[in-house]
Design a protein around this ligand. Structure first.
Ligand SMILES: *Cc1c(COP(=O)(O)O)cnc(C)c1O
Length: 388
């Protein structure tokens, strides 16, 4: 089966639900047994029914089954947000005294968790240049247990040589965790490139409609029990209604992504031609420093990209953004709607400083008609020219 078909068929079991095409929303905390024997049966290792709401219901299991199949792992575990999945995955693999090594281009709130929480728990945390490749090994310590990558990087879009990094990490027995939100389960197959555990902010393209927070951690079978145990110990589980909506979003993800990809490229090409633009942060475009890696490892791109402008006044930047009403200013991405915002990589980096002086603008290409979006950006660039 091709992956577009798996998007449609994955995790569906109509025979279990009276023929219903979708797994129903099963809301429950308590799961009751009628006899002591039935109750005791729930403790047996091969028991695969419901036990208690916090341990999941068929609604969330359908989602997990579908995503595990798409990402190419053995098991997926859902979390109530992408961030909960990011940190839940890391915590599953470390103890006090261990070392976690993360890319300097990591999603900001993950960095904050590492510095504020994990460090406080006696775990060493350090960061490496996202462009390091195999030289990542220079940052290994005797107790490095987790190497955490994200490609392309949050805000800055550097491509990482994941197979090279993973090969070094495996030599010292470290586990490679990857935030694969940008690549999506369709356009990047982490387990084919040496990744051990893949993390999705499903809030983005899996949900796809800007109405649910959701995360997923997918692992090979050797690592899945640790992830599952840790999620249970933290009491994390998404609600059944949210799980249902995430599944509904998933069923059209391949169709939506094709348009996000096309529109993003058209917008990036338009912006790249502007005299006000210093450079594009868009690995799917030829000429991007990460383009060769993208072409080697990815089969597509999503709707998110960045633009580094030449230095300009705050007034000119505001004129540009305000002249594009179809691009609302907002965090997150992956929904049907276009978004724009200024981001600040210079504030985040610690080991590979961001040296560009001009503003960095992040675009999300939504599903509006592309000509309307292009006209908006043209109007923005005209307003910018006048305000300079
Ligand atoms: C948004 C995002 C997250 C966090 O997901 P939430 O669902 O917002 O908690 C993690 N990683 C990346 C790359 C993201 O863009």
């Amino acid at each position: 089966m091709r992956q577009e078909t798996k998007v449609v068929t994955g995790g569906r079991h109509p025979e279990r639900f009276g023929g219903a095409v979708n797994t129903p929303v099963i809301r429950t905390s308590t799961v009751v047994a009628e006899t002591v024997a039935d109750w005791n049966r729930m403790d047996e290792p091969d028991y695969d029914g419901m036990i208690y709401g916090r341990l999941g219901t068929p609604t969330v299991w359908s989602l997990e089954e579908a995503v595990a199949e798409l990402e190419g792992g053995d098991r997926s575990f859902a979390y109530p947000s992408g961030l909960a999945a990011n940190v839940g995955a890391v915590v599953a693999f470390v103890s006090a005294g261990d070392h976690v090594l993360l890319t300097d281009s990591v999603y900001g709130p993950v960095r904050r968790f590492m510095n504020n929480v994990l460090s406080r728990m006696g775990v060493e945390v350090s960061f490496f240049d996202p462009l390091a490749g195999a030289s990542v090994k220079e940052h290994f310590r005797p107790h490095t247990k987790v190497v955490y990558v994200e490609s392309p990087g949050s805000l800055t879009f550097e491509m990482q040589d994941i197979p090279a990094i993973a090969a070094e990490a495996h030599k010292i027995g470290a586990v490679v965790l990857m935030d694969n939100t940008w690549g999506t389960p369709l356009y990047y197959k982490p387990f084919e490139h040496g990744v051990d555990v893949s993390i999705q902010s499903a809030t983005k393209y899996i949900v796809g409609h800007s109405d649910v927070m959701m995360g997923l951690v997918t692992a090979k079978s050797e690592h899945a029990p640790k992830v599952q145990r840790c999620r249970q110990d933290f009491g994390l589980i998404p609600g059944p209604d949210d799980s249902y909506l995430a599944l509904r979003g998933l069923r059209t993800m391949h169709v939506r992504l094709a348009q996000h990809q096309k529109s993003a490229l058209a917008l990036a090409d338009l912006l790249a031609g502007s005299a006000s633009v210093e450079r594009m942060l868009c690995p799917q475009r030829p000429g991007d420093p990460g383009h060769d890696l993208w072409k080697r490892d990815f089969t597509g791109a999503c709707g998110l990209f960045g633009v580094v402008f030449k230095p300009m006044s705050k007034k000119a930047l505001a004129a540009f953004i305000d002249a594009m009403p179809l691009f609302a200013i907002g965090a997150s991405w992956g929904g049907y709607e276009s978004l724009v915002m200024q981001v600040h990589p210079e504030k985040a980096r610690t080991v590979s400083p961001w040296t560009d002086k001009g503003p960095v603008i992040r675009f999300h290409a939504g599903l509006e008609n592309i000509d309307d979006l292009l006209e908006n950006v043209e109007a923005g660039l005209t307003a910018l020219g006048k305000a300079l």
